[in-house]
Design a binder for this molecule. Structure first.
Ligand SMILES: Cc1cc2nc3c(=O)[nH]c(=O)nc-3n(C[C@H](O)[C@H](O)[C@H](O)COP(=O)(O)OP(=O)(O)OC[C@H]3O[C@@H](n4cnc5c(N)ncnc54)[C@H](O)[C@@H]3O)c2cc1C
Length: 302
């Protein structure tokens, strides 16, 4: 979608929004898949209510992009614009055991920044790409921990109320890859309350998690992490593996040989290829195990 109305362009500029026209989302997603649209870069949280009012008044559909590491975006010219936060400088500020983190901050850097200042707990998140906002949205976690455990407060734009609000941790429910945020809420910043731990101890945990990832995941290939959530009491990866589907492909979309719940773009896969592979694997799992797999990857259809 293109924004070309000069009046609208003028208003965006007044709001301090940077417009990057005709952006290829394949270059902003870890799967390397996605068509083109205009990207709106937001430097100031305060401009968001006016920006959304403006987009809605002009009937411009919009989506919100974090680090693009959990997304499967459709091919071709996309019928919505994409908004993304620009991280402020600094994007992490510590106050005792509290880390004040902007939603646009890189998650891995947040983990190491806090670790170096003897604040731990988030070792399992090392190696999870993307932003802190994206991690909050879906309660990212690994190796027995999840980000929600450490959330003291979230600043967010609530589309329903059309304003920026603050929620305390106990007002939010964080479950396995699911949160109680509304689908159109935008996470803007978070206060994480982290346990004190000596850096050496945190580093040991980080190294263990890094090694686990290196030995089981196709880290050099383009993926969005796990494609499916694990159904209660079952492992999506194990079922796909047991069906002999490692290496199974549709075009260049392929079930990883290393981890059956990682689907990789092995060349020039399209969204159509990846969606066909997802549908095929789902059908086979349903037929054999009687379980419907739910996507963990977020699909943005045109
Ligand atoms: C190699 C690899 C390993 C991974 N390992 C793990 C893992 O161990 N555990 C795990 O949980 N995930 C894992 N992931 C998935 C992914 O990294 C996480 O889900 C990550 O938290 C997504 O953040 P993002 O900023 O990239 O979000 P995006 O992919 O940009 O967006 C995902 C969804 O979140 C929404 N969103 C993003 N930012 C915001 C915001 N600020 N406010 C509101 N909504 C927002 C988007 O609109 C979209 O719906 C892995 C991915 C890869 C590629």
């Amino acid at each position: 979608m293109r924004i070309s109305d000069p009046k609208l362009l003028g208003r965006l500029s007044e709001l301090g929004i940077e417009l990057r026209a005709t952006t290829k989302l394949s270059e902003l997603t870890s799967l390397g898949i996605g068509g083109t649209t205009d990207l709106l870069r937001i430097a100031k949280h305060e401009s968001i209510p006016d920006l959304l009012k403006l987009l809605d008044a002009n009937h411009i559909p919009h989506k919100f992009l974090g680090g693009g590491s959990n997304l499967l975006v459709d091919d071709g010219e996309l019928p919505w614009v994409v908004q993304q936060l620009v991280p402020p400088e600094p994007d992490i500020v510590l106050e005792g055991n509290l880390a004040h983190v902007d939603a646009a901050a890189d998650l891995g850097r947040t983990v190491t920044f806090c670790a170096k200042r003897d604040l731990g707990g988030m070792e399992g998140l090392i190696g999870v790409p993307g932003t802190v906002g994206g991690a909050l949205r879906m309660n990212a976690g690994a190796y027995g921990m999840q980000i929600g455990t450490y959330v003291r407060e979230v600043k967010l734009y609530r589309a329903a109320a059309r304003k920026i609000e603050t929620l305390r941790g106990h007002q939010i429910s964080f479950e396995y890859r699911h949160t109680s945020f509304a689908p159109d809420d935008m996470m803007l910043a978070v206060i994480l309350e982290l346990p004190s731990k000596p850096y050496n101890e945190i580093l040991k945990g980080i190294r263990i998690c890094n090694e686990k990832r290196r030995s089981s995941q196709p880290l050099g290939q383009k993926s969005a992490g796990c494609i499916f959530k694990n159904p209660p009491g079952a492992s999506a990866g194990r079922m796909i593996d047991e069906l002999g589907l490692k290496g199974h492909s549709v075009g260049d979309a392929r079930v990883s040989d290393r981890h059956a719940n990682f689907f990789v773009n092995a060349g020039r896969a399209s969204a159509k290829d990846m969606l066909a592979l997802i549908a095929d694997v789902c059908e086979r799992v349903q037929k054999t195990y009687g379980l419907s797999l739910e996507n963990e990857v977020v699909v943005w259809n045109a």
